[in-house]
Design a protein around this ligand. Sequence first.
Ligand SMILES: C[S@@+](CC[C@H](N)C(=O)[O-])C[C@H]1O[C@@H](n2cnc3c(N)ncnc32)[C@H](O)[C@@H]1O
Length: 635
Amino acid sequence: MPVAFAASFAPLQRQRIRLRATASEVLFISKNLRVTNVGPKGLGVVATAPLARGELLLEEAPLLLFQNQSFEVIFGDLQDVLIDDRAFDLWESSLKETVESQCDEESAALFWDLADTCSEPGFKTALGIARTNALGLDADSAGLFLFLSRFNHSCQPNVHHSWQEDRGTQVLRASCSIAEGEELCISYLSLLALCAPTRERLGEISDRFGFDCACTACSAGERRTRDSDWKRERLSQLCAALSQDESRDHEKSGPSDGIRLLLRKRIPLFFEVEQESRQDVEAILQKGPRGDDTDTSETIVETIDMSSGLREAMDLLDEELLGNPAAQALCFFGGFRKAMAFGRLSAAKSLAKAAWNATSTAEGVGVNLGSAQGVSASKLLTTLHEVLARSLNLMRLALVAAPALVQCFYIHSVDFFSWLSKLILVYVLMGTVCFIVMPDQLYNGMGMGMFRWAFEIFYPEIARSNGSLHDPAEKAIACVAGRRIGQLAGMRARLRWHGSTKYLCLTPDGWTVTGDEKHACSVEFHSVYWQDRLVPDTYMLRLLAPTSDFHECWLSFKPVNHLRYGGWLAAYPNEQKASPYKVVRDSSCPADACKLLCAWTNMLPPSQRSCTGQLLCWFDEMSEQLQPAIPFCTC
Ligand SMILES: C[S@@+](CC[C@H](N)C(=O)[O-])C[C@H]1O[C@@H](n2cnc3c(N)ncnc32)[C@H](O)[C@@H]1O
């Protein structure tokens, strides 16, 4: 029944979070991309300005989602049904009807404009367009994206695409530096399939996508192709060895930090170059690399130490896959797991960091905090809290000013020094009472960084703040978006002043202002290290404001002067000039918000930098349905 079939093509609902208010499903698009004719491949996307490695290029939600039966029929095991004319017609009209009835006019027109290399030349079918352009999202679903569909394939891709399930979008980032005028290509194949020899890749692309790949890697000369095939095979052996289960390594070789490569019997390239070494090579192939006769199986085993294996893998990745960060992340992650299994903690730590950095470059790991919407009870609480918080601020101000004011009445009746000493005494007493009664507000909200030592003695949990990575025994763990405050690195958020609908926005000249949601910029959390140690709960904030010249600059705080709290926020192109921010959730925060404190300003010498400071703004916890991001690339 066509109706039942139609229901299987579920066009995605409109995304709640939009970076650009357009009618299409494109949430972000770099202004440095252009769709143009790229020769025999048809249309393609080229860079109109140099692009940096890791730069965000596109974020797009699918126009159509193929799942369950529709996926199986068009891309999966049930494709055979389409050989039957009647079944083909039913599916074709069902997909057509879905496009026409459920997509807006502009999107439908763009859909019909997409390439169709599966149907007869000069004739387009909806199924042909879907097959030519849809991209696998996971093992049993695929999506059709209007802009992403213009990216051609390359076996040496310079753009990495990742499906970010929590946001329901494909995110594209440059995987290497890209020059102006260069074509931007993604890989339609998995990273593993990219390591196959050229002939196998060409076969797979032809079988699965119906075209002959004309990328630079596949159309290189015979010699270059052989060299490349050899390197890719070596790369896949290294990757396989790195991702192999560590427990098996232990069984075979006892605890060591070596990795065992299982080499297929093959004639390596140098064999053809150095004819005279033929006998040596044959001997090795017969007896294994060390010349022992123990391994008589089909494979040859080579054991190399992990660090040289990793270095070799990185070199090969640079040569063959332009230093693909997603592949790097997989290798580093494999290395990390091995290092953990071998008990090499410091190596594991740096490998985990390398894996995380590579993943951030490839995928910009993160989720968008968005704003908590539509819950009227929580809105009411928020408003109440806001009223209370403001009244409390007024009371604090009155309390701080009262002794000085009262004392002023007596200034004429006593000598100045006894008047001053009384005033100081009153303030010391007040400070002590506050230190006992409301220490967290005093420490976090009033810039008491210089008294950190006192807080560390009496209130270590406040000085450290909650949610820290460094105290696994901690009971009350503060979370934002389901993540501990110490683990926000890679996350993206939009900052909203608590209790208002005003967001952090950027002016064209790089200053921050408050504005409505439509103009809000996002920030990306980056961990802060001081003398190679992670500073707990503290992050550098990278601004994502694609339409501004200050896109991907760093948020920095500039105080008015040393005497007054307060200052300006601005975007700095240079990370060194930016200030870190500490995320805090203490008893003064309402249930759905955290505080963001400027952790230190660069005006202070490092020895005096503290983790407390000016209260800048609050940011809302994300709404429940968004999940934390996947920490490592899954390719
Ligand atoms: C998703 S579309 C890419 C955009 C398409 N070139 C266009 O004009 O809209 C996929 C089609 O582009 C062409 N294509 C993509 N990558 C190619 C490559 N490496 N070599 C040859 N053709 C390619 C093939 O015709 C393929 O079916």
